[in-house]
Design a protein around this ligand. Structure first.
Ligand SMILES: C[S@@+](CC[C@H](N)C(=O)[O-])C[C@H]1O[C@@H](n2cnc3c(N)ncnc32)[C@H](O)[C@@H]1O
Length: 213
């Protein structure tokens, strides 16, 4: 985009996208799909759906700490978890308890080894975000797939900007091509890359959360 300098400093993110896409081609999410009672088996669909791509990103980055905002049915959490190592932690947040999620695929046993944690705390609330400062500062991958209501994601990004990250994390925004998300995506002034063609049809945006130079 000739009017958006952030897209012109995304070399690292382009390279990461290419590597993740190569890896995604061989990611096997059949076990995850088997948790769905009927088609469409979204985890199997790639590109178009993002689950294999998310799993590949987790595998490539091998982060010790992943934050997800918007657990939903649990598909993206489990897809990323599959790509993570034994020492990693994936902390997923949703304002609805996972047990009460319609068509949810999470099970109690998914939390057994301590790699997956869940909270209903709303990180768009600056006060609640501050409770997690220490955890969030360790995050290397943050996946944001919330309500897309023009307010929440913008506030979450604002709150994240207060976190003293140990390493600049990769933030993946889902649905950046949806009308409610376009203004936020366009406003981001960090290095960013629109990886929609290799991710989710509704938009997959990669952002390196550090000050653009
Ligand atoms: C599209 S779904 C997430 C889908 C999930 N990431 C997946 O791919 O399987 C969006 C979720 O965001 C949740 N949500 C809404 N507001 C939220 C907030 N402030 N913080 C965290 N989650 C929120 C909704 O309850 C809903 O479950």
């Amino acid at each position: 985009l000739d009017d958006d300098p952030s897209t012109q400093i995304a070399g690292e993110l382009i390279e990461l996208t290419l590597q993740a896409a190569k890896l995604a081609a061989s990611v096997d999410l059949r076990e995850l799909s088997s948790r769905l009672s009927a088609p469409p088996y979204y985890p199997e669909i790639w590109p178009g759906e993002h689950y294999k791509f998310l799993c590949a990103l987790a595998q490539l980055l091998n982060p010790r700490c992943v934050i997800e905002i918007g657990t939903g049915r649990g598909l993206s959490a489990l897809a990323m978890l599959q790509g993570l190592g034994a020492e990693s932690l994936l902390y997923t947040f949703d304002t609805v308890e996972w047990e009460n999620m319609k068509d949810g695929v999470l099970r109690e046993s998914d939390f057994a080894d301590g790699r997956l944690k869940f909270s209903t705390d709303d990180l768009s609330d600056p006060l609640l975000m501050s409770v997690y400062h220490s955890l969030l500062s360790q995050a290397e991958l943050i996946f944001i797939d919330g309500p897309k209501n023009r307010v929440t994601e913008t506030q979450i990004l604002k709150n994240l900007e207060t976190i003293p990250f140990i390493k600049p994390p990769l933030v993946v925004f889902d649905d950046i091509r949806l009308p409610n998300m376009v203004a936020l995506w366009r406003s981001i002034r960090y290095p960013k890359f629109d990886a929609t063609s290799l991710g989710h049809w509704s938009g997959t945006g990669l952002v390196r959360l550090k000050r653009a130079t």
